[in-house]
Design a protein around this ligand. Structure first.
Ligand SMILES: Nc1ncnc2c1ncn2[C@@H]1O[C@H](COP(=O)(O)OP(=O)(O)OP(=O)(O)O)[C@@H](O)[C@H]1O
Ligand SMILES: [Mg+2]
Length: 346
C-alpha cells in the first residue's frame, strides 16, 4: 500500500518520539499503535536509519534502536574566559537553524552557567558539551571547582550542603552581592524542559517539572563523588517556551518588571525524612523572604506541619513583615487547619 506523505511523516514521528522509551520493542509498538504491518514499520525504520536519524545498536536477532546523537566537547582552562565569546564561537554556529525562542533560551542558560564557573567556581578547568539529536538539545557545563552546594554552605554558614538547595530554589541568593543578583540559576532552571545540578553526592533536579525534587546519591550512588559542579540543561527543539514569559511570571510586567515573586516547594524541607515541626526549620524556610514582594509556598507532597513551624511562618513572620505577601498552594486539609489555627492567634 502506498501512503501519503502525511501518513509517512506520522509513522516516522511516532517511531522517533517513542524510540527512547522503548528501544527494543519499537517495531512491535508501532505496528500495534498504528495498526500497520511489521514490514511496513521496518521499511520506515530503515529509512530513518539511512537518513542517520536513528541507529541500530542491538544484534540482527534482537535489534535495539536509538536516536543518533552528535556530541561536541570543548575543554578550557578557567583563565580569562568570556562566556559570550564561548557562546558565539562554540555553540551558536551549531544552533543556527534552531527556532529563535530555543536559541535565546540556550544562549541565556549557557552564558549564565559559564559565567558562574568564571565568577564563582574557583575551578581550574571548564568543560562544556553539546548534544544534538532530532528532538532535543542538551548542554552540560562542568567545572572542577569547589562545588556549588559547598560554596553556598560556606557563604551562608549552613549546617549541611543539602540546605543550599533550598536557597537556590528560593532565588535571589548570591555569594557575591556586590557583583551579582542571584537570578541565573532560578531562571535557567525554569526555562529548560529539564535542569539538573550535580555536585559531590547531591543532585538538584527536575525543577521545571516537579519543582525541586532532590535525589541524594540515589541516582548516583554507583558513581564516585562528582567533583566540582556539573549542570545539565535539556530543551526540545520544538519547545514553545519564551524567555520573556518566564521572566514575566516572576515579575509584574505592568507595575514592577523586576524579579519580585518566588515559588518555593516546601517539600524540599522534608529532605532526609524530617517532619516539619520546629521553629528553626521554619526560620530556615523564611530566610530572605523579605527580598520578595510575593512568596508562594507550594505544599505539594507535604501532608502535615507542626504548630511551632506554622506559627513562625504564618503568624510571627507576617507580623514582622506585613509588606511580604504569602500565598499557599496545594494544601491538605490538615495543613490548612494548622495554618488557620495559628493565624487565629494574631
Ligand atoms: N559553578 C559554580 N561553582 C560554585 N558555586 C557556584 C557555581 N554556580 C553558582 N554558584 C553559587 O550559586 C550562587 C547562585 O548562582 P546564580 O547564578 O543563581 O546567581 P549569581 O551568579 O550569584 O547571580 P547572577 O546569576 O544573577 O549574576 C552563586 O552566587 C554562587 O555562590
Ligand atoms: Mg549566576
Amino acid at each position: 500500500m502506498k501512503f501519503t506523505k502525511e501518513v509517512v511523516d506520522l509513522i516516522k514521528n511516532y517511531i522517533i518520539s517513542n524510540i527512547s522509551r522503548n528501544p527494543n520493542q519499537i517495531t512491535q509498538q508501532t505496528c500495534d499503535h498504528l495498526g500497520i504491518t511489521k514490514p511496513t514499520v521496518l521499511k520506515y525504520i530503515n529509512e530513518l536509519g539511512r537518513d542517520r536519524i536513528i541507529e541500530k545498536t542491538g544484534s540482527n536477532r534482537y535489534p535495539k534502536y536509538r536516536l543518533v546523537k552528535t556530541k561536541y566537547v570543548w575543554k578550557y582552562s578557567n583563565q580569562d574566559l568570556e562566556e559570550d565569546v564561548l557562546w558565539r564561537n562554540d555553540i551558536a554556529p551549531l544552533l543556527k537553524d534552531s527556532n529563535n525562542n530555543v536559541k535565546d533560551i540556550c544562549q541565556y542558560g549557557f552564558t549564565e552557567m559559564v559565567n558562574n564557573v568564571i565568577d564563582h567556581s574557583q575551578a581550574n578547568k571548564l568543560i562544556t558539551m553539546l548534544t544534538l539529536d532530532c528532538l532535543d538539545i542538551e548542554i552540560w557545563i562542568n567545572d572542577d571547582g569547589i562545588g556549588i552546594f559547598r560554596k553556598i554552605k560556606n557563604a551562608l554558614g549552613l549546617e549541611q550542603s543539602s540546605h543550599a538547595i533550598l536557597e537556590l530554589a528560593k532565588g535571589k541568593f548570591t555569594s557575591d552581592p556586590e557583583n551579582h543578583s542571584g537570578e541565573g540559576i532560578f531562571f535557567t532552571s525554569r526555562i529548560f524542559d529539564e535542569f539538573a545540578i550535580l555536585s559531590h553526592k547531591l543532585c538538584y533536579t527536575d525543577f521545571g517539572h516537579t519543582e525541586g525534587l532532590i535525589e541524594k546519591g540515589i541516582l548516583w550512588e554507583k558513581q564516585e563523588d562528582i567533583p566540582g559542579t556539573s549542570v545539565h540543561m535539556k530543551i526540545e527543539k520544538k519547545s514553545n517556551t519564551q524567555l520573556k514569559d518566564v521572566f514575566d511570571e516572576y515579575a509584574d510586567p505592568e507595575k514592577d518588571p523586576s524579579f519580585h515573586k518566588t515559588i518555593i516547594p516546601v517539600k524540599l524541607m522534608e529532605y532526609e525524612g524530617e517532619s516539619l515541626i520546629s521553629r528553626s526549620q521554619a526560620k530556615r524556610l523564611i530566610t530572605r523572604f523579605d527580598k520578595f514582594v510575593e512568596v508562594i509556598l507550594n505544599f505539594d507532597g507535604v501532608t502535615q506541619i507542626g504548630q511551632a513551624f506554622a506559627d513562625q511562618i504564618f503568624r510571627v513572620f507576617p507580623n514582622k513583615h506585613p509588606e511580604v505577601h504569602l500565598r499557599m498552594i496545594n494544601l491538605t486539609k490538615d495543613v490548612e487547619n494548622m495554618i488557620k489555627r495559628v493565624q487565629s492567634n494574631k
